[in-house]
Design a protein around this ligand. Structure first.
Ligand code: SAH
Length: 254
């Protein structure tokens, strides 16, 4: 009997289908079954061959469609059926994507896998908003953190470490805790007038970029009515968006 194909854990990028890797496009085009997440955009789903099975495993913060254990087991049983299985995930599978947990589960069950990187939201959103993540004289590095915590728990980040004016801070899944994020960063010493951006649906035609400051971030998010998926970029580099936005006009928060 021939060896079953590996499970492909594929990054779909932030939304714009043109940001898929060549490898991702090829593997999606050869899939028998695709298990995909909420954040995989419609034009990317349209690349799945017509005769292939699509399984939605989507997750929204408060609305878990399929528990992670179930997704893990599903991947194992699909792989054992000998079909070409693609696990398609928003952004990069190894950045806040639980792709590594799925890979561990496959490993534990003796199933081979390959991982295809994708453009992570922080790269896609900031690029399409005209915000460089680093820039000489403005930011020496970048922090990627999650602003999400389990329901009922306090967001527990190393605020002292994150409140560094020389480092850009990118926060995934921060909407629910935006007020805490703002307060804690200011309390830890990051100036309230540090430029900040909230970017919704980055790289898609309806991307929304709201430019503000750390001190007004929570208010702006509320006034602009931003919903998921939204990413926050905080740091001096955000000040360049007015010059470098090549894609669409940013919105000032008024
Ligand atoms: N693995 C993904 C991240 C999954 S966590 C990646 O590498 O990008 C989900 C969070 O990512 C969302 O809550 C949001 O903060 C961010 N995100 C993903 N896609 C986005 C997009 N197109 N626009 C804005 N934020 C996005």
């Amino acid at each position: 009997m021939s060896k079953p194909p590996p499970v492909y854990i594929v990054g779909a990028g932030p939304g714009d289908p043109d940001l898929l890797t060549v490898k991702a496009v090829r593997i999606i085009g050869e899939a028998d079954v695709v298990v995909y997440d909420l954040l995989v955009s419609k034009p990317i789903l349209d690349l799945i061959p017509a005769g292939s099975t699509r399984i939605f495993a989507g997750k929204a913060a408060r609305n878990h469609h399929m528990p992670q254990e179930e997704i893990n087991d599903l991947l194992v049983s699909l792989a054992k059926s000998g079909r070409r299985v693609v696990r398609l995930k928003g952004g990069d599978p190894f950045v806040f994507g639980r792709g590594s947990e799925e890979a561990q589960h496959l490993f534990d069950n003796g199933i081979s896998f390959e991982v295809v990187p994708g453009i992570t939201a922080s790269q896609g959103c900031s690029c399409y908003a005209g915000i460089p993540l680093t820039h000489r004289g403005l930011a020496q590095g970048v922090h990627f953190v999650t602003g999400h915590c389990q329901a009922g728990r306090k967001l527990d980040l190393n605020w002292k470490n994150l409140a560094d004016p020389d480092t850009t801070l990118v926060i995934y899944m921060g909407l629910t805790n935006v007020q805490t994020i703002q307060n804690e960063l200011i309390a830890a010493g990051l100036p309230a007038d540090t430029p900040a951006a909230a970017i919704r649906k980055g790289t898609l035609p309806d991307q929304q970029t709201v430019l503000t400051t750390l001190g007004d971030l929570a208010d702006c998010v509320e006034r602009a009515g931003l919903k998921s998926p939204t990413l926050f970029v905080i740091g001096r580099v955000v000040s360049l968006a007015n010059e470098l936005n090549w894609c669409h006009e940013p919105q000032e928060c008024i």
